[in-house]
Design a protein around this ligand. Structure first.
Ligand SMILES: [Zn+2]
Length: 314
């Protein structure tokens, strides 16, 4: 559940030569677990409540508990952000709780010594609203400009096409989706700051983006390989550890259910094989996990307790 200070930056973790800082925007009950994860049968939440509560599940009202957060990486002399949260003051009339939300990312960055001009690379794991709002700031009423004037924004071409105005089937043609693209992606294009990539994109010697379609067509995973350490920033391919009990379970927001299942299984197997940390966008608590495949599901080892599972999923 919410901590006393939701805006605190967790202490940096060093993986190989990469410093990883977690900037938490929000952590709390998101909504009914059955609505957010219709594939997860109620008994999975109940049977695993002893390790899902309080960071991932609120048992009394059966609510999924999620975090909103940005990962700040210092790699090869550059500053990289992974996802930018809901943003500050963006109009979201279709989602009243988030309408004109104040995410505070720039304040949180300043608190760890990063100014907007210091950010070299912004990764959007995908173009859902809660991952791209902080891409831009409102310079004048209704005029949105890149929040990070010196950054390259790395966006999967497939998501740009799906959510952009040219797609008759994607969110770009729906009112809220059009707003989101218009205020959080289009200004980056106008400023010439986007890099649209396909299949994979090497950021530096430690970091590579890889396609993992399913949650959205352009969903991607940021792979960190540095020294002996491995991590996979998986975005929303896994949104709750309850999905580790049965990796076939998608969230309500997975655009292509079959592809999302395939990508999730592939990445969980890869992470187990490589002993890679799995770092999803929305996990509260430890925020990062290793897993051991165990029959059809994965046993969860939170960061900080390697080798000591909170409790094997049943
Ligand atoms: Zn998300």
């Amino acid at each position: 559940m919410s901590t006393a200070d939701n805006t605190a930056a967790a202490p940096a973790v060093v993986l190989g030569e990469v410093e990883v800082v977690r900037l938490i925007e929000w952590h709390g009950p998101f909504g009914p677990a059955a609505a957010a994860f219709p594939d997860i049968p109620p008994h999975i939440w109940r049977d695993n409540a002893d390790w899902l509560v309080p960071d991932h599940y609120e048992a009394e009202h059966e609510l999924a508990v999620l975090a909103l957060q940005t990962w700040l990486l210092r790699s090869a002399g550059r500053t990289v952000l992974v996802d930018t949260g809901m943003g500050d003051g963006h109009p979201r009339p279709g989602s009243p709780p988030f309408d004109r939300w104040q995410g505070g990312l720039l304040d949180r960055l300043r608190a760890v010594g990063v100014t907007p001009g210091d950010v070299d690379v912004v990764v959007n794991t995908h173009l859902h609203v809660d991952h791209i709002g902080g891409n831009t700031v409102e310079a004048d009423p209704g005029e949105w400009v890149p929040a990070f004037p010196n950054a390259q924004y790395l966006i999967a071409r497939a998501d740009d096409a799906f959510f952009g105005p040219g797609n008759a089937h994607g969110a770009g043609t729906q009112d809220d989706g059009r707003l989101v693209y218009e205020d959080s992606v289009a200004p980056l294009h106008r400023a010439g700051q986007t890099v649209l990539w396909e299949d994979s994109y090497r950021i530096d010697e430690n970091l590579t983006l890889e396609a993992a379609p399913g949650h959205t067509p352009g969903s991607s995973v940021l792979s960190l390989r540095s020294g002996p350490d491995r991590a996979l920033f998986v975005g929303d391919l896994i949104q709750s550890p309850a999905q580790l009990v049965d990796p076939a379970c998608n969230s309500a927001h997975c655009v292509d259910p079959a592809a999302a299942q395939t990508s999730r299984r592939r990445l969980l197997d890869q992470a187990a094989r490589d002993r890679a940390w799995i770092i999803p966008a929305h996990f509260g608590g430890a925020g990062a996990f290793m897993t051991d495949p165990d029959g059809g599901h994965h046993t969860c080892h939170p960061m900080g307790q390697t080798g000591t599972p909170v409790r094997p999923p049943r």
